[in-house]
Design a protein around this ligand. Sequence first.
Ligand SMILES: C[S@@+](CC[C@H](N)C(=O)[O-])C[C@H]1O[C@@H](n2cnc3c(N)ncnc32)[C@H](O)[C@@H]1O
Length: 267
Amino acid sequence: MASDTYLLGTDPIELERLRLQHQLWLPEARLAWQRAGLTPGERVLDLGAGPGFVALELAQDVGPAGRVLGLELSAAYVDAARTAAKGLGQLELRQHDLCRDPFPQESFDLVWCRWVLMFLRELDPLLDRLAAQLQPGARLVIHEYIHWSSFGLHPDAEGVASFGRAAHASFLAAGGDPDVNRRLPSLLTQRGFRIDELRPLTVVGRLGDGVARWLERFVTTYGPELIRQGLWSDGEAGRARAEMAAARQDRGAFWVGPTVMEIRATR
Ligand SMILES: C[S@@+](CC[C@H](N)C(=O)[O-])C[C@H]1O[C@@H](n2cnc3c(N)ncnc32)[C@H](O)[C@@H]1O
């Protein structure tokens, strides 16, 4: 894998999956920013901004007197975000490797991070830089998974369950940690952050609704890569397809998403 790409790829299909995921989770992100007291005029850092969906929302919220800096590994995503950001002078997207590059030498009131730390091989360098750079009172808001294995289609969808296990194994094999949020509160308090709140966020989907489409789409887009890596099989994929088709018609079937945890912390 090239050093400027991430595990799930940056092709248009993955970009659209991220858009769907973002639309589904935006209300929870907005509630998190409200709980963290985000106000117009503030300076926000978006760690691992992807194609900039959240950074754009944040830039509108802080307004022209504020600033949003999105840091993102993938050049393709930085380009997509810059195109979408045209006309918003308060928004800057920068190609940046959170594991290696020096931290931006400027002040931020709030740092936002969603589904990024789970992909990092090392957390310590980034957390050390955050602790050193942020001023006392700066807030940190994180949405990462705490229990990836709660992903599933019920009842009895063994093909989908085998996909969940294979995806989990692929995250670990790439050096990430799908349940990274189990470790973060402790790593943050060790660096002088105060934990303000830990909040579990779970989603359930049925009958082809938004959650069901989001989780189905993940099986469909990431499945071929798992087969290529030898972590999943054509037979299991066929079984999962049949289970998902049946669930679209079955009023009793339901999906459960991997459990996210929100961390709100203050430097
Ligand atoms: C699942 S996407 C989430 C994107 C965005 N945070 C969102 O919520 O829509 C993960 C993002 O993390 C980025 N990423 C992974 N490793 C990174 C690193 N070392 N430095 C910067 N970004 C990274 C990927 O390129 C990808 O855009």
